[in-house]
Write a protein that binds this ligand. Structure first.
Ligand SMILES: [Zn+2]
Length: 319
């Protein structure tokens, strides 16, 4: 049973989805707060909300914002407009807080929305808050890191009944998908090599289950991918080959963390880098006018990639 405890109207934008904007993603969170504190937070003026909150001990679901409305949960307005947000009463640093009943309720909620709004059951559309792109360079360090490394994506996909795609051979110039809980990424094809990012921040050197990249080199039991613009080595046993469209960068091109018209570039891809194209979508121009959503599609076409741990968009006409 789903209980309804409406969030404060000032904490979300009233919309008419999927009529005005189609719902394309589900973003999964961990509250870092108790269940009652989370409900209270969304019912008081905090400029934050989510569509559904799931309770840890029994998987009880509380709907707080209707799917037609835009909850403020992703730290990225464009993503909020295109997504539904689910809060789990859980803590990034505590794997045991992602309980069995809560995982079951999470899977049920995802399956309901996926059927209702035609949201694909894959990692390009089921995102962690930690996979959401920063909309501008300035807010990059403020982007959230939940549900984090304790959250088991493989277990979620099992609960969703998603059968992994057949294991194809890994070939240079073709896609690979991470099939382990996560894969650490090294500077050289050797375990004694350093990781590519900052040791203190696993988001800078770790790919997670279901993310897709391009094999750009091989060496023995290792392969290399492009990750955050760096060449990164991981073991072949951690990936499966896939056949997907690929973005082969021929000249420096901008990446974006938002599909809104006029959104600033947040970085650049360099010639010879390669990324798997996980989706293609029309740009948006949306705003909140006195609490109500106004929306227009734009003529921009964006391709979605995994740039690193977070997704990114490129403009099709800038290729
Ligand atoms: Zn979050």
């Amino acid at each position: 049973m789903i209980e309804f405890k409406p969030a404060l109207t000032e904490n979300y934008t009233i919309g008419d989805r999927p009529t005005d904007v189609s719902i394309h993603y589900i973003v999964i969170h961990a509250t870092e707060l108790s269940y009652p504190d989370t409900i209270a937070r969304f019912q008081n003026p905090n400029h934050v909300s989510a569509h559904v909150v799931i309770r840890q001990h029994d998987g009880h679901r509380t709907a707080m914002v209707a799917p037609k409305d835009v909850a403020w949960h992703a730290g990225n307005w464009d993503m909020n407009c295109r997504s539904l947000g689910i809060e789990q009463e859980a803590y990034v640093a505590d794997a045991t807080s992602f309980t069995e009943p809560m995982m079951g309720a999470l899977a049920s909620q995802i399956l309901e929305w996926s059927a209702q709004y035609a949201i694909p059951l894959d990692r390009a559309h089921l995102l962690g808050h930690d996979n959401v792109a920063a909309p501008t360079k300035k807010v990059r360090t403020q982007m959230h890191r939940d549900p984090g490394w304790s959250f088991d994506w493989e277990r979620l996909f099992q609960k969703l009944g998603v059968v992994p795609a057949p294991d194809l051979p890994v070939n240079i110039g073709q896609g690979v998908r991470i099939v382990t809980h996560y894969a650490d990424l090294f500077q050289y094809p050797a375990l004694e090599s350093s990781v590519i990012g900052r040791l203190a921040d696993a988001l800078t050197y770790r790919a997670s289950y279901g993310q897709e990249f391009v094999c750009v080199a091989e060496h023995g039991a290792w392969l290399a991918i492009d990750f955050n613009g760096q060449r990164a080595w991981l073991r072949q046993s951690q990936v499966s080959g896939i056949r997907r469209p690929i973005l082969k960068v021929s000249r420096r091109m901008a990446i974006y963390g938002s599909t809104q018209s006029g959104a600033p570039a947040t970085g650049f891809l360099q010639p010879d880098e390669q990324y798997v194209i996980t989706d293609e979508l029309a740009g948006l121009q949306t705003s909140d006018v006195a609490g109500h959503l106004t929306a227009h599609a734009t003529h921009d076409v964006f391709k979605q990639i995994w740039y690193g741990h977070r997704l990114a968009y490129v403009k099709a006409n800038e290729e």
